[in-house]
Design a protein around this ligand. Sequence first.
Ligand code: NDP
Length: 321
Amino acid sequence: MKAIRVHSYGGPEVLKYEEVPTPKPGPGEARVKIEAAGVNYIDIYHRTGLYPSQLPFIPGMEGAGIVDEVGSGVSEIRVGDRVAYAMQQGSYAEYAILPAWKLVPLPDNLSTQSAAAAMLQGMTAHYLTHSTYPLKAGDTVLIHAAAGGVGLLLIQMAKRRGAKVFGTVSTEEKASLAKEAGADEVILYTQSDFEEEIKKLTNGQGVEVVYDSVGKTTFDKSLNCLKPRGYLALFGQSSGPVPPVDLRILAKGSYFLTRPTLSHYAANRAELLERAGDLFRWITSGELKLRIDHTYPLAEADKAHQALEGRKTSGKLLLIP
Ligand code: NDP
């Protein structure tokens, strides 16, 4: 089969389009013929080695397609099922092997492209707004990179739960997209000081929760945007990792700090089916809008990474084998 492989960590140029052996499913596993692979920021952390993987490896943590072979002892899905998954490495390929429990069957009216666009970023937005800090009506929330893949979905879910949403973005164009998704106020954090803006917008009170995936360049000010006893959910580091923190800093407002990841919030089949079920229902009913920014042939994974890292995208990037 054709796949993208990484033999050494580095820039987008280390993503090599190659012929590799087609894998066979073992006990409890299934093989999926990938129709669309989602590109996510975590793929960049894997490619650069910020999150180490064993070399060489096939990147990609999200995909959708058709089950074409199952190993022994698989009861969750059958050959021919249309499925999607997230948080298992190897989707930048024509075929991927998955533990069967991680595969979510798709409703008939959901395309594999939409499913591949929704799983990872959608379940992330879901757990952040429903579990890490379950938003309630009247809460105020700050979402960084609000026009990103996760960001646009976070805005919509926060609004569904009745929160007032402030977002940060780098350009006017992204500001319009964040507004369209439902953000009440959008701050250009490349031009103005978002801490000052949040203080103004909240009459000095601050927000209940900050969902911060930008990390290094936003962390300190994100803490300063919180109300006393507010929550900072640091769930990524697109600008670079946050340096070690002296925890006494939390005493400024008796703050709560967490560094959550999706794998702990879709930890078993029941939880996975519940989150994905909500997503698929909202998407097929039109309540949740997906924005597919661009679709690339699998061989052009490097172009997708350049665009994502270069802050050129808003919404989802897909690779089509
Ligand atoms: P995005 O589409 O949000 O792309 C990243 C965005 O980050 C950019 O578009 C840019 O938006 C912003 N950004 C700010 N500073 C920088 C910088 N120096 N370099 C590059 N980008 C920057 O990506 P995803 O939706 O895939 O992921 C968003 C974040 O969420 C990532 O940090 C990812 O790791 C994290 N994540 C965490 C998960 C978890 O469970 N912990 C699961 C899924 C994602 P702008 O131009 O507006 O500043």
